[in-house]
Design a protein around this ligand. Sequence first.
Ligand SMILES: Nc1ncnc2c1ncn2[C@@H]1O[C@H](COP(=O)(O)OP(=O)(O)OP(=O)(O)O)[C@@H](O)[C@H]1O
Length: 632
Amino acid sequence: MNTPAGSRRENGTDMTEARTFQVDLRGLVDLLSHHLYSSPRVYLRELLQNAVDAVTARTAAEPGSPARITIRTGPELGITDTGIGLTERDVHTFLATIGRSSKRAAGGTLDAAGLAADREDLIGQFGIGLLACFVVADEITVVSRSAAEPDAPPVEWRGRSDGSYTLRTLPPGAVREPGTTVRLTPRADAAEWTGGDQVLSLARHYGSLLRHEVTVVEQNGTATRINRPAPWDRPAASPHARREALAEHCREVFGFTPLDTIELDLPAVGLRGVAHVLPTPVSPAQRAEHRVHLKGMLLSERAEGLLPDWAFFVRCVVDTTALRPTASREALYEDATLAAVRDALGDRIRDWLAGLAAADPDLLHRFLAAHHLAAKALARFDDDLLRLLLPWLPFETTDGQVTLEEFARNHPVIAVTRTVEEFRQVAPVAGATGLGVVNGGYTYDFDLVHRLPEIRPGSQVTELDPATVTAHLDFADPAAELAAAPFLAVARDVVGAHGCDVVLRSFQPATAPALLLDNREARHERTRADLAGRVTDGVWSDILGALRAETPRAQLVLNHLNPLVGRATGITAPELARTTAEALYGQALLLARRPLTSRESALLNRAFLSLLDHAMFAEGAAPRPGQDGRGE
Ligand SMILES: Nc1ncnc2c1ncn2[C@@H]1O[C@H](COP(=O)(O)OP(=O)(O)OP(=O)(O)O)[C@@H](O)[C@H]1O
């Protein structure tokens, strides 16, 4: 029998032996570099972050103490801070224990070593950041002198990627100032991330908004300060100058000149920043990505979830103290705080929009020209915004692209189509008859138009159906109707097989021979009819048949004013009449711009070839085979 792991059997009793997990550091580093972090470059962010936290902890305990961070590049990379430093005991407890952090106690609260610094002010929390250095180096050296215990001897810790470390204390004078220097010699395969230029640009990338002084000193001695106050914290001579400065910042960060910049300030979560409004339309499907800093340090340039989905027309840069990072520190942790921040920022953007409607119609027009879709999405769920924005929102109508307010003034009854395709079919004809139709086929438009009577009492909105359009078309005169009767009978026979009725009317434009009034119900009806034809089961075919009797059918309206139709209604030869009816129906189908069924394609094909045949063998053309006069 197997002995359970961790227990031994001695003299018939179980002896349980406590063991400690062994951690293979190489495996852990591999995990971090390949599965947690998006790129080896994060090593610099982790080093900077530790330095920033150390300085924050010291200045909290000792206000006015030096607060400097210096990164030195060259064959060896070093980062020195004037922060809180470490004693020998701290090194064993925090630095050399993976997963232990001085910034968090076992229970998640502030650890004693967190000193006077509020947890809110520190960036680190997981106790794994330093491992990121092993992604670019095999050995890290940390030399530190504690500010909390200035009499404790300075210490030198050398940690290796195989998991071993050495620690020695240094003579008291070896490190003059409290603080810490971390040094590493990059591996040859990491040169790409550790060269002077690269370190400078990485430091700028991550640290541009850090609140303590950060300087990069290159091998040739050039010193560059990489951070300055956030653009929203910089003083400006006037509101105009401030707007200009924020627009310039947007160009630097995002590469576009914003239509406007909305300042963001949520003191409850220590959030400051800006939302830049995009000057051009953007697909709502495109994820809006924002630049998020946590306590100054860049978390992500592509953070999602900061704003509600509808706010896809802005790009934000924010710095916050209360949001939590994921362990990779490259995304925001989705929690109740993030949800509350998202709502609050959404409200702020909504207020900006409401402010425009009240105070800056010109800017509102420019905004809507680019982002009416977003505005419509928003207005649909927000009654106040609907009231504010509906008069300004453009819609496609039979009077062209106009606002609903304008359209409602000219049309007491507004008909709205459900699909773009329905609108395309009827718009030219309905427009000519004076019927006011709005294209409700675009996202949100159908719902919004239906809400018009709430905002504008007295206006009436109906859904457009084929019967409404035909009711607006003039009848052909009785004599013409009578003369066309034989052709119409043939046409009804041919087109009726496709679930479509045929009528003769007079309408403008006269250049249009026929109009196909079709809607979704009529199309479903055809599908049902098709199905009923195929279903042999008695009960089902009865049910489908009953349904068919009640649903509207499509209508082919032939235009009596059109010269071609005038000639067609005079055709007496039955074959040519059938082909002509098929061709007129086929052309109307094509104008409806919707996918054709296989039966409809076959009809078009047949009509086209028959007409070709007629044209080629008409009087004066080559005789048909078998009719070439040779009496075959
Ligand atoms: N420059 C420094 N000055 C003082 N202490 C430091 C410094 N760098 C690291 N430490 C100590 O080492 C500990 C571990 O650092 P590490 O970067 O691994 O984790 P962390 O910063 O606590 O958390 P995170 O994994 O979230 O970065 C820190 O909690 C801190 O006590």
